[in-house]
Design a protein around this ligand. Structure first.
Ligand SMILES: [Zn+2]
Length: 253
């Protein structure tokens, strides 16, 4: 369904809807995953502001569910939590470090990148936190700390529809490093491959992928670790790879 304002919604399984936003011009589309639980509506990441989330909420209320919301932030990068203020009276969960980073640097980041905001963004850190894992057994939902793209990165698993929301840990064509901790990244991607999931929703780019993309991302990270990366002839690949090399080089010096 085309909702205008550079967002479209795609139902990828019985209770999972991906809202894909196109308005960060210099980046791939950004995905927000909505899971229509029996008692709650879960929204994975809140994109660039309350106006973006109002679109999502309107669509969900009109076509799907009036259940209360639980918002989740996959990590503390600004393009994943600026819409939290729309859910300020609801439950907003994240890994503890994510909350701490949003508290510490959210306002400064907002000042720097404000031109991208959609609506009046008020930095709103999560009001509930977890360390390793947070389970909602009645809803078949789990949030798990899965360090990779960032040390605080977390994922959401829909155990019923077998959908993994991987945040920015999975990317097309290759992952984007912000930390040189390749071992944690490898462990996380190997854990993803061990999950019983049919769909993988990345934070950016393609709306829905499979474990094949996870396996390709893992192969790239492993080749980075060994120093044997085979270059791919694509500007996007090269830009990301050069950035990753810079992150690794900064560690070595
Ligand atoms: Zn991102």
């Amino acid at each position: 369904m085309d909702l205008g304002m550079a967002v479209k919604s795609t139902r990828i399984s019985n209770r999972c809807v991906v809202f894909s936003f196109d308005d960060l011009a210099d980046a791939a589309p950004t995905n927000v995953l909505v899971i229509l639980g029996s008692r709650h509506v879960f929204v994975c990441d809140t994109f660039l502001g309350p106006d973006s989330m109002a679109l999502v909420a309107e669509e969900v209320r009109k076509h799907h569910s009036n259940n209360p919301w639980i918002a989740f932030n996959s990590h503390a990068d600004w393009d994943h939590h600026w819409g939290n203020c729309y859910f300020k009276d609801a439950t907003i969960v994240s890994q503890e470090a994510t909350r701490d980073m949003i508290k510490a640097s959210g306002k400064a980041e907002l000042a720097t990148f404000k031109a991208h905001a959609r609506g009046e963004v008020v930095v709103t850190p999560p009001n509930e936190v977890f360390l390793g894992r947070l389970r909602f057994p009645n809803e078949g939902i789990e949030f798990v700390h899965t360090p990779g793209h960032t040390a605080d990165s977390s994922s959401c698993i829909d155990l019923i529809d077998k959908v993994l929301y991987a945040g920015d840990n999975v990317e097309v064509p290759i992952p984007f490093l912000t930390t040189p901790d390749l071992d944690s990244y490898i462990e996380t991607l190997e854990d993803y491959l061990g999950l019983d999931v049919a769909h993988v929703v990345p934070g950016h780019g393609t709306i829905v992928a499979t474990k094949e993309l996870v396996a390709q991302n893992l192969a790239y990270i492993k080749s980075l670790k060994k120093g044997g990366v085979v270059a791919v002839d694509s500007p996007r690949w090269k830009a990301t790879h050069d950035q990753n090399e810079r992150v690794l080089t900064s560690r070595r010096h």
